[in-house]
Design a protein around this ligand. Structure first.
Ligand code: 8IG
Length: 275
C-alpha cells in the first residue's frame, strides 16, 4: 500500500500533477513534446515495436503520479517512439485500472500526462469481451461510442463536457481506410475485476452495448476534457459471459491476445502512420 501518492491528496490539482509528470517525461526521454499517445492494453503491446523507432523507455514508476501495474502481462513502461513521419508518440504500457480501487484520478493520470506533454491524439486500446457472436477471439473492433457503468467520472465538480463524437469519426474513418472491413461497436465499461454474469451481459446488450470491458471509457472522457481527439480499439479476446456456452478463463483470454498480437499490432501501426 502506497501511503503518500500525490493524487490521493484531494487538495492537489491533478492537472498540476500531470504537468510535473510531463516535465519529468520530457527530461527522461529527451523529447520536449509528444504529438500523440497510445495506451496499449491486453494483446496490443507489440505495436510499440512496429510504429517507429524507440527513443527511450522509462519505467512508469519513475514518473510523478504513476503507479506500478497490477497485472502481469502488462508492461509498466512509458516509451517515446519516433514515427517515420517525424512525429513523436508516447506509448503508455502502464494502465491503472479503476478496479484497483485507487480512484479515477490515478486511472486517467497517464492521459492527462500525455495531454500535458503536448499530445493532441489519444489512442486507447484494450482486450475485451464481445457480445456479437460472430466476433471470434482475436477480432479487433473499433470503438464507436461507450456506456460508462462505473458510476464514476474523471470530471470533478460542475464540469460539463460534451461527449458527442467522443470517439472521433474522422479517426475512425482513417482506421477504416487501413482496414475497410473493421467492425465497430459500443464499449461498455464495467468496474470489474470480476467478469460479468450472463444476465449483466444481456443487460449490456439490451442497453445498446456490443463490447464489455474494464477500462477505456473513463480515460476517453479525460482525453476529451483535455481537448484530445480520441480513437479506441478493442481486441475481442473472448465472447462475453453467456454468449458462448464456454466459461471464461483468464488464461484463454491471454492466449487469444497473444495469438492475435502480430496482426492487430500491424493494424495499429498502419493506422498510426495514416493519422
Ligand atoms: I480481455 O468478458 C476481457 N476483459 N468486463 N468482460 C469484461 N472485461 C473483459 C472481458 C470480459 N474480457
Amino acid at each position: 500500500m502506497q501511503t503518500s501518492h500525490p493524487l490521493d491528496d484531494e487538495d492537489v490539482d491533478p492537472f498540476a500533477v500531470a504537468r510535473i509528470a510531463a516535465g519529468q517525461l520530457a527530461e527522461a526521454t529527451g523529447v520536449e513534446r509528444h504529438d500523440l499517445a497510445l495506451t496499449l492494453g491486453s494483446g496490443w503491446a507489440k505495436a510499440a515495436d512496429l510504429i517507429g523507432e524507440t527513443v527511450a523507455t522509462i519505467p512508469a514508476t519513475e514518473i510523478h503520479g504513476f503507479s506500478a501495474p497490477a497485472l502481469t502481462g502488462h508492461v509498466g513502461t512509458l516509451r517515446s517512439v519516433l514515427l517515420p513521419n517525424g512525429k513523436h508518440a508516447l506509448v503508455i504500457g502502464a494502465r491503472t485500472h479503476f478496479y484497483e480501487g485507487h480512484g479515477v484520478r490515478r486511472v486517467v493520470h497517464s492521459v492527462r500526462t500525455a495531454a500535458a506533454a503536448g499530445a493532441t491524439t489519444m489512442i486507447l486500446t484494450n482486450g475485451a469481451g464481445g457480445i456479437k457472436e460472430h466476433w471470434t477471439p482475436g477480432t479487433p473492433v473499433l470503438i464507436g461510442d461507450h456506456i460508462n457503468l462505473t458510476a464514476a467520472s474523471p470530471l470533478e465538480g460542475a464540469t460539463f463536457i460534451d461527449l458527442t463524437d467522443l470517439y472521433s469519426a474522422r479517426l475512425r474513418a482513417v482506421a477504416r481506410g487501413v482496414q475497410p472491413d473493421l467492425d465497430e461497436g459500443v464499449y461498455v465499461q464495467f468496474r470489474g475485476p470480476h467478469y460479468e454474469t450472463p444476465a449483466e451481459v444481456q443487460m449490456a446488450k439490451t442497453i445498446g452495448g456490443h463490447i464489455v470491458g474494464m477500462s477505456t471509457a473513463l480515460e476517453a472522457i479525460a482525453a476529451r476534457q483535455a481537448g484530445m481527439e480520441v480513437l479506441g480499439f478493442s481486441l475481442i479476446t473472448n465472447l462475453a459471459a453467456g454468449i458462448s456456452p464456454e466459461p471464461l478463463s483468464h488464461a484463454e483470454v491471454l492466449q487469444a491476445g497473444k495469438d492475435a498480437e502480430p496482426v492487430i499490432s500491424e493494424l495499429l501501426a498502419r493506422v498510426v502512420a495514416a493519422i
